[in-house]
Design a protein around this ligand. Structure first.
Ligand code: C2E
Ligand code: MG
Ligand code: MG
Length: 751
């Protein structure tokens, strides 16, 4: 390597020392030589000669020491500089004024991979990665010559062709006469730092975008005051401009109920550095409330201690949860609590009142004949009725009571009332309230309830038992003619188990020949002659004796056993008809009751055909009685009825007037007979407006060409009213009770 760069300042210092020394020695020499010379000339003896030599010796020694010291300093300085220059990781390059490299520190080798020799004859610019070398070079030269220090940040080319980014300065070095002789490049590798800075910028950008475009609300607050909010946060708050939220206190957005809770959470973040997810309700600028979940943690914002909060809008989820909860605990039709709610409520209430055994009452309310309305008028009417009943019931109940929809047309009411008279009064009020007509569209409907009541703790100490017993009491109310209330008594339990026994007995009743048919004559009211018979099922239970069809037919319908039992009744009636014919009695029509379930059974028409062909009973003598409930499916019913008419059987509508079927409906069906329900016939001669209804039905039936039969005729007044109003056939205890076949034969023989 060519020369060694020396520190100009150090060199100046050394030179200055030499100059000073020279001046001192020279002055001393002049003075001393003057003194010595005079002394020698005056006293030229050996003492003065010795003095002269001593002085020369001493001054020579002193001079030598000084020179030695200065040389040592210079060498030490140079060694120190060399040590530093050769060991720093920074790059030090000395070039002459034209840029020819004279020296490059060893760090060059590590940084760029060149051997020292490779710099020989090269210029500083050769190693700099520049688009246009010459232009830069010119500018460089000018600046350096003007003794300006130049800050540089350049890519240097490594031997392997990589780029090494360095940052530093080029310092001009002037000679004693002030002209720039050299330049020194002092630089350090900033490739890694730059990469790191770039990564930092990138990651900062990434983070910023992540925060800005996050679908979750992110905001930062310092001491509760909002200092940053992202786009989602503005949407959440319902604002257009960021100024509308900046600087606001976060607690301004929290609903009053959650305020204390929110303050606690803020305190927690301050103490513990973070909080877990918590639910709050917040208010938007427009006042609407939102459910959110939030988590917060400490952070630094613009060098201040701050809190970052992440918020997620969970309003939709909360609503869905509420809906699910609602569906689980409320009845969607009436809005009343459902069975689940009832059990939870009752269980909790029972725990609360257990200590002082404070009595409560459970009412089980079932709507009478609801199924009929639902089946005949359709579900929209049924649903409307259930809703209206629910709201009327609510109106009747005291504040501390609870009402739930238990099932189809069943409601359960829990009363915190111990006085039986008060409960009775309430039951009467409910019955009266429900007795008022219900109106939907152009239709008027009537409904009545049967209510069963059980008392805590007398009739049970658990929710299930109390409801079960109230239900049993409700059945008693049904049996007692419906539209009334009954308190539970322990004997009702036996009743329930007997219902189960009936169900079991019913399954084997046909096989065990426990069924018989009774026949009730249908009498011509003008001639008093029997014109037909209605077959009525009788079940002789081995334990209970004769069981009323009113009791077992609903069980047979519930269990589906009615299909086989009904078939048995049809076969038996047709066989009986054949036997009477064979015995020589003049044949007459036999009416057999058919349940809706049986009527809609897929094999029903085929079964009728088979029975007729097996028993050889002429189809024209068989009349099928069905209630209005079969009419709910207009199309299906018409098809079945037409098929039956093709076979030749007659069709009759039983209990007419109770099923809310539209009178106009009747025109659509191939019906032969209309049977006026007993409840209307009962109204004849008792001063109520039932007579008008009976008259209307008779007129309608006659005008449509139906035979009209009045059911349940119990006295002469009724019979004569019917006669006078053109109803010519009657059936009832006044005319004849249902009788076994052998007794009917006696009647036949008397005729
Ligand atoms: P329904 O078809 O309306 O039969 C008339 C009911 O009124 C009979 O009751 C009959 O005994 C009763 N009755 C007749 N005249 C009078 C009267 O003057 N006063 C009073 N208080 N009652 C009278 P029963 O035999 O107890 O039958 C009740 C219901 O059971 C029948 O009402 C019918 O709907 C059903 N039923 C009877 N047998 C059968 C059957 O074989 N199949 C089906 N599906 N249902 C049947
Ligand atoms: Mg009947
Ligand atoms: Mg009837």
């Amino acid at each position: 390597m060519a020369g060694m760069w020396r520190n100009w300042e150090a060199a100046q210092k050394i030179a200055l020392r030499f100059v000073l020394l020279y001046i001192v020695i020279s002055i001393s020499w002049v003075l001393i030589s003057d003194w010595l010379l005079q002394d020698y000339l005056q006293n030229a003896n050996w003492i003065s000669t010795a003095k002269g030599w001593l002085f020369i010796l001493l001054s020579g020694l002193l001079y030598y020491k000084l020179i030695q010291r200065m040389t040592k300093d210079t060498i030490e300085n140079e060694a120190n500089y060399r040590l530093i220059v050769e060991n720093v990781s920074d790059l030090i390059v000395v070039a002459d004024r034209d840029g020819h490299i004279k020296y490059a520190s060893p760090s060059h080798e590590i940084l760029l991979g060149y051997e020292s020799e490779e710099y020989e004859g090269k210029k500083l610019y050769d190693f700099i990665q520049m688009e246009d070398n010459s232009e830069i070079q010119g500018w460089f030269q000018n600046e350096i010559m003007a003794k300006k220090e130049i800050k540089v940040e350049y890519y240097l080319k490594s031997k392997e062709g990589n780029q090494v980014l360095v940052e530093g300065k080029v310092v001009p070095v002037a000679s004693e006469n002030g002209t720039v002789e050299k330049m020194v490049l002092l630089a350090h590798d900033i490739t890694k730092r730059k990469q790191f800075e770039k990564q930092l910028i990138e990651s900062e950008e990434r983070y910023r975008k992540l925060v800005e475009y996050s679908p979750e609300t992110i905001f930062i607050h310092i001491d509760g005051k909002i200092v940053y909010v992202n786009n989602a946060g503005m949407r959440l708050a319902g604002v257009q401009h960021i100024e509308e939220v900046m600087g606001k206190n976060i607690l301004d957005f929290v609903v009053p109920e959650d305020l204390e809770y929110a303050k606690n959470q803020i305190r927690k973040v301050e103490e513990m550095g973070e909080t877990k997810l918590h639910d709050y309700q917040i208010t938007r600028i427009d006042g609407t409330r939102l459910f959110v979940e939030a988590l917060a943690f400490q952070t630094t914002y613009q060098e201040n201690k701050a809190v970052q909060v992440i918020i997620r809008d969970i309003t939709e989820r909360k609503r869905a949860e509420e809906r699910v909860r609602y569906l689980a605990y409320y009845d969607s039709l009436t809005g009343l609590p459902n069975r689940n709610f009832l059990f939870d409520y009752l269980n909790e209430l029972l725990i609360a009142i257990k200590k002082d055994k404070q009595p409560i009452a459970v009412m089980f309310l079932d709507l009478d004949r609801f199924k009929m309305i639902n089946d005949t008028l359709g579900h929209s009417y049924g649903d409307f009725l259930l809703q209206q009943v629910a709201s009327r019931l609510k109106e009747c109940l005291p504040k501390d009571s609870m009402i739930a929809r238990y099932g189809g047309d069943e409601y359960v009411i829990v009363l915190q009332e111990k006085q039986l008279e008060a409960i009775s009064r309430l039951s009467d009020r409910i019955i009266d309230k429900l007795a008022e007509p219900f109106f939907l569209r152009d239709r008027q409907m009537f409904i009545s309830p049967s209510i069963g009541i059980s008392m805590y703790p007398k009739n049970g100490d658990a929710a299930e038992r109390l409801i079960k017993n109230a239900d049993a009491a409700m059945y008693l109310a049904k049996e007692k003619g419906k539209n009334n209330y009954q308190f539970y008594t322990s004997s009702l339990n036996d009743r329930n188990s007997s219902k189960l026994e009936l169900e079991n007995g019913l399954r084997n009743a046909i096989k065990k020949h426990e069924f018989t048919l009774f026949y009730q004559p249908q009498i011509d009211l003008n001639t008093n002659k029997i014109i037909g018979l209605e077959a009525l099922l009788r079940w002789k239970h081995p334990k209970y004796g004769f069981v009323s069809p009113a009791e077992f037919i609903p069980i047979a319908e519930e269990t589906g056993l009615i299909v086989s039992i009904g078939k048995w009744a049809l076969e038996t009636a047709c066989n009986q008809h054949k036997q009477w014919k064979e015995k020589g009695f003049s044949p007459m029509s036999i009416a057999v009751n058919v349940s809706a379930l049986q009527f809609r059974h897929k094999d029903f028409v085929k079964t009728i055909e088979q029975i007729i062909s097996n028993t050889k009973c002429r189809a024209g003598y068989l009349e099928l009685e069905m209630t209005e409930s079969v009419m709910q499916h207009l199309g299906e019913t018409t098809t079945i009825m037409n098929e039956l008419k093709e076979i030749g059987v007659n069709l009759s509508i039983d209990d007419f007037g109770t099923g809310y079927s539209s009178l106009n409906y009747l025109r659509h069906f191939p019906i032969d007979t209309l049977k006026i329900d007993k409840s209307f016939v009962d109204e004849i001669n008792n001063g109520k407006n039932g007579e008008i209804i009976v008259k209307t039905i008779i007129d309608l039936g006659n005008s449509l060409g139906f035979q009209v039969i009045a059911e349940g005729v119990e006295n002469e007044q009724q019979a004569s009213f019917l006669r006078q109003n053109n109803c010519h056939v009657g059936q009832g205890y006044f005319l004849s009770k249902p009788l076994p076949a052998d007794q009917i034969e006696i009647l036949f023989s008397l005729a």
